[in-house]
Design a protein around this ligand. Structure first.
Ligand code: BJ8
Length: 425
């Protein structure tokens, strides 16, 4: 099987030496962070397996789908509607952007002071290490923050299959119109790519499939309201990360299964940490695989993470699409309504996000909030200040963290986070 995978990666044009280094580092981090946890739910075995095969079996499956005539679409943002992709007989996968790679090469194209997520997406492409990127027939990028917008102009010179989706920045009538225009344009582009027209039947089925996986992961999130929390924040984050890679139907079944197990743990008052452990809500920038730095520090410093107000978390999954439409137009409208609720910090103003953080802090019984901002991410770093103020009004302590993907600040962050947790006790 090892040789078979190597042939597959070579055929995709990956740099095998660099890829080996990446997979080795990923495996080591996984071992040290995930497998070192004690008494994990048995259902996590599935996610461990997915992670061990994230560049292997899953890529093989995608290539098999391609052989059978399906198209693969890669994306970096939760604004790319999976419902439309599935309805036109294609598969959507999240693209890697959670680790530093080929940074010297990246800084030939992007300023040093660019957020780690954007640099990472370039690093995986330039270092030729991302089999998802290389398997994709179309790469969808979006006009969200300024960094992404400008970086994609450069990426467009490097790859031939980029599709740029324009997105609104204001939640107004005009903003909704823009989203509608863009989603209809995207539908046509995907139909052209696959040669399959979206029908009322296929769109309904796709909405059901995506709703089911969102509902399943939302169920898992809700179970974390219990004290003791039945699952660690690290493990819950992993399930949220796998959400972007896995086959949707299989993912749904696996999440429902672990939820059944967690319900049993709650009944037995069995937790990942002891009852009364300080509870943290993390809010802010997305944490893509293998960016596990913050939860690792928090959960080895005496607290448990009980929720993520993030696109790899509740912001990306909490809303479902109305399934009652009968025509393609009605269902497209329902999809637009659903995505228009995503409260990314690129929107101005963005009061819904503050409300949602307050709501989550209360529901998940968080003792404190850690606002996670990537360095040079202006939308989230700017919004961290109103978030802190809004929480002050509710007497919920908030700590602002500004970091990147390197491990250089782990010691300093740990000291600050330990002091914050001490204050919550
Ligand atoms: S909907 S959060 S996935 S854009 S961290 S690249 S904002 S400078 S990722 Fe996002 Fe879509 Fe919004 Fe969600 Fe820019 Fe900030 Fe970097 Fe960011």
């Amino acid at each position: 099987m090892g040789e078979d995978y190597r042939r597959m990666w070579t055929d995709l044009g990956l740099d095998l030496g660099a890829h080996d280094a990446l997979v080795g580092a990923l495996g080591k981090a996984y071992q040290d962070i995930y497998l070192a946890q004690k008494d994990r739910p048995l259902g996590m075995g599935y996610f461990d397996f997915v992670m061990s095969e994230v560049h292997g079996l899953r890529i093989r499956e995608l290539l098999d789908e391609k052989k059978a005539g399906r198209r693969i679409i890669g994306s970096y943002c939760v604004f790319v509607p999976e419902e439309i992709v599935l309805a036109a007989n294609a598969t959507l996968v999240g693209l890697c952007s959670g680790a530093d790679f080929a940074m010297e090469e990246v800084e030939r194209y992007l300023p040093r002071n660019t957020c780690a997520l954007i640099k990472s997406s370039f690093g995986f492409k330039l270092g030729k290490v991302c089999p998802y990127f290389e398997s994709a027939d179309m790469i969808v990028v979006e006009n969200t923050c300024d960094g992404k917008k400008k970086a994609y102009e450069t990426l467009n010179d490097l790859v031939s299959n980029l599709y740029v989706m324009d997105l609104p920045q204001v939640k107004s009538e005009n903003g909704r119109e823009l989203l509608k225009t863009e989603y209809n344009r995207f539908r046509k582009a995907v139909e052209e790519l696959t040669g399959v027209a979206v029908t009322a039947e296929s769109l309904k089925q796709a909405i059901r499939t995506v709703n089911a996986k969102r509902a399943a992961i939302h169920r898992l999130s809700s179970l974390r309201k219990a004290d003791p929390a039945p699952i660690s924040g690290l493990d819950a984050l992993l399930a949220n990360q796998v959400f972007f890679y896995d086959n949707p139907a299989r993912f749904t079944v696996s999440v429902e299964k672990i939820c059944d197990e967690l319900e049993g743990r709650i009944k037995e008052e069995k937790g990942a940490f002891l009852a009364g452990t300080p509870r943290i809500l993390v809010s802010g920038c997305p944490q893509a695989v293998p960016n596990w730095k913050l939860p690792f520090i928090v959960e080895t410093s005496g607290a448990v993470i009980v929720g993520e107000e993030s696109c790899v978390g509740e912001r990306g999954t909490r809303n479902l699409t109305d399934e009652s439409g009968e025509t393609v137009e009605q269902m497209m409208d329902a999809i637009i309504d659903r995505y228009f609720q995503v409260d990314c910090a690129i929107f101005t103003p963005n009061p819904d996000r503050l409300e949602h953080i307050r709501e989550m802090a209360a529901e998940y019984r968080a003792d404190g909030v850690i606002h996670y901002g990537l360095q040079f991410c202006q939308p989230y770093l700017m919004e961290a200040i109103p978030v802190e103020k809004a929480l002050e009004g509710q007497d919920i302590p908030c700590m602002r963290v500004e970091t990147d993907y390197s491990m250089e600040d782990v010691g300093q962050l740990k000291t600050r986070i330990e002091a914050f947790i001490e204050q919550l006790r």
